[in-house]
Design a protein around this ligand. Structure first.
Ligand code: NAD
Ligand code: UGA
Length: 479
């Protein structure tokens, strides 16, 4: 019989993971009080916004869950210390981006937010607390967290000493399908040493997840499985993207190839969609983390194997940009180019590491005027993303700054395409599949080009209006 009865949960970090994950837990466990805390006041204000369409994160089905649970057993606040003090179980769900300076810069995770979170927990927790790593972390971070948690005990007398147990419970949700993934996960992974703490967390998930889907491992296997899982998924994308280039050169069609290989049950059909390269906040950072670990352990061959996945991903984005420039006679200076889709994938408003950023940046540097359309991403976000690049590019790229006014935003696809020399599909939003090419063909500059990096358009429907068409991985022009 498990005697660690959890009544109050705290989650530090109200982001893409913390918000939806805790909402689903609260929805299934009405007897638990779930406090989601964040130091970002605006984010918390939006989670508490009366108008449910103002939630800081767009995920299908999330609004309904928030309606059912908010201010009943799910609370969003900035009172981090209070929530820590009353919690029996604390999830750390803060951001873990790649370090941008110092030791391991560009490779290992910046753990400053995890560390500050652990320090706060160490100071404010009371009695026995189970601390759960929800953030994706380098292997053996649990040891660092433990060391920090127990450090505050040094100043306490024996009677007041606190106890902690640390679990790893990585999150596998994908943006755009977060609620579905949380409601029906392929598996729940819990790593830890203390059986009672593991069982306490298992009992929470058991409210809606079948026991056979709950895997328990040691801490390090759990931490490493998360990195490995993302690395394998990203590896499939780089593999099929590398094949897309061979298809274009050889006369094969990457969709036919993907379909043919995916029918082999040992390979499987998922994650074989070629595209402009993987984006999102995690694939690149998690692989780079793995690379860093490999080098740390002296496994340089293993490191370069995984590093190549990231290299191919960047190469794919670069070759698309080059294809566009070459097709437009090697000169895009002053030409209007419509970019359809800026999110890193359909179904989300997230643009982190979106291939649209690097492709747009290169087009801007060549002097193009970009007309950007995305059904979910705010223009201010896009402006930020492109000026972020400027910041990292040093002085020699000052041109980009001058081109800032060459960014135009449209809520109407047809207006975005008006007068454009080229139209590029970067995100696979459904409404791009329903474009009326007859209208578009009349309004674009001639010769007009459409570049479909997601394989969502039918060539014959576009060619018949006299538009030049390039589709990623389509080598049929070679025949
Ligand atoms: P996010 O940036 O959306 O959210 C993190 C939040 O933590 C921010 O709102 C930030 O203000 C808050 N925060 C940071 N430090 C804090 C502190 N000390 N106290 C209080 N609040 C603090 O990040 P995310 O996308 O939710 O990712 C969180 C973690 O989950 C990362 O490690 C990521 O790798 C992992 N992950 C993300 C996804 C995804 O789809 N986004 C999926 C699986 C795992
Ligand atoms: C990914 C994983 O799928 C999640 O399991 C994981 O929890 C998460 O990372 C994380 O750790 O953050 P996410 O990045 O939200 O989820 O989205 P994916 O659906 O995996 O797509 C990532 C990128 O790969 C997108 O740019 C997408 O367009 C691209 N992709 C995906 C392809 O180009 N082809 C595919 O076949 C699949």
């Amino acid at each position: 019989m498990n005697n660690l009865k959890i009544k109050k949960i705290c989650c530090v970090g109200a982001g893409y993971v913390g918000g939806p994950t805790m909402a689903v837990i609260a929805d299934h466990c009405s007897d638990l009080k779930v406090n989601v805390v964040d130091r970002n006041e605006e984010r918390i204000r939006n989670w508490n916004h009366k108008d449910i369409s103002n939630l800081p994160i767009y995920e299908k089905g999330l609004d309904q869950i928030i309606k059912r649970t908010r201010n009943k057993n799910l609370f969003f606040s900035t009172k981090i210390e209070d929530a820590i003090a009353e919690a029996d179980m604390i999830f750390i769900s803060v951001n873990t981006p790649i370090k941008n300076k110092g030791l391991g810069a560009g490779q290992t995770s910046d753990l400053r937010w995890v560390e500050s979170c652990a320090r706060k927990i160490s100071l404010h927790a009371k009695g026995h607390t189970i601390v759960v790593e929800k953030s994706t972390l380098p292997v053996r971070t649990a040891k660092t967290i433990k060391d920090i948690l127990f450090a505050s005990n040094d100043d306490l007398n024996e009677k007041n000493k606190k106890t902690f147990s640390v679990l790893s419970n990585p999150e596998f949700l994908a943006e755009g399908t977060a609620i579905l993934n949380l409601e029906k996960p392929d598996r729940i992974l819990i790593g830890g040493e203390d059986k009672k703490s593991i069982e306490a967390l298992v009992e929470i998930y058991l409210r809606w997840v079948p026991r056979k889907k709950i895997i328990t491992t040691n801490l390090w296997s759990s931490e490493l499985s998360k990195l490995t899982s993302n690395a394998f998924l990203a590896q499939r994308i780089s593999s099929i993207n590398s094949i897309s280039a061979i298809c274009e050169s050889s006369g094969a069609d990457v969709y036919e190839v993907a379909n043919a290989i995916g029918k082999d049950t040992r390979i499987g059909s998922q994650f074989l969609n070629p595209g402009p390269g993987f984006g999102g906040s995690c694939f690149k950072k998690d692989i780079l983390n793995l690379v860093y670990l490999c080098n740390y352990f002296g496994l340089s061959e293993v490191a370069s194997f995984w590093e190549s996945i990231v290299r191919i991903n960047q190469w794919q984005q670069d070759r698309i940009y080059k294809k566009i420039v070459e097709s437009l006679f090697g000169n895009i200076s002053g030409k209007k180019i419509a970019i359809l889709g800026f999110a890193f994938k359909a179904g989300t408003n997230d643009t982190r590491e979106s291939p649209a950023i690097s492709i747009s940046k290169n087009l801007l540097l060549e002097g193009a005027k970009l007309a950007i359309h995305d059904p979910k991403v705010q223009p201010s976000q896009i402006q930020n993303d492109l000026s972020d690049y400027l910041l990292t590019q040093e002085d020699n790229n000052k041109d980009l700054k001058n081109n800032k006014s060459n960014l135009m935003f449209f809520t109407d696809i047809y207006q975005a395409a008006e007068g454009a020399h080229a139209l590029i599909i970067i995100t696979e939003w459904d409404n791009y599949k329903k474009i009326d090419w007859n209208i578009i063909s009349k309004n674009m500059s001639k010769p007009s080009w459409v570049f479909d990096t997601r394989g969502i358009l039918a060539k014959d429907k576009i060619n018949k209006y006299g538009i030049n068409f390039w589709q990623l991985g389509d080598g049929s022009g070679k025949n």
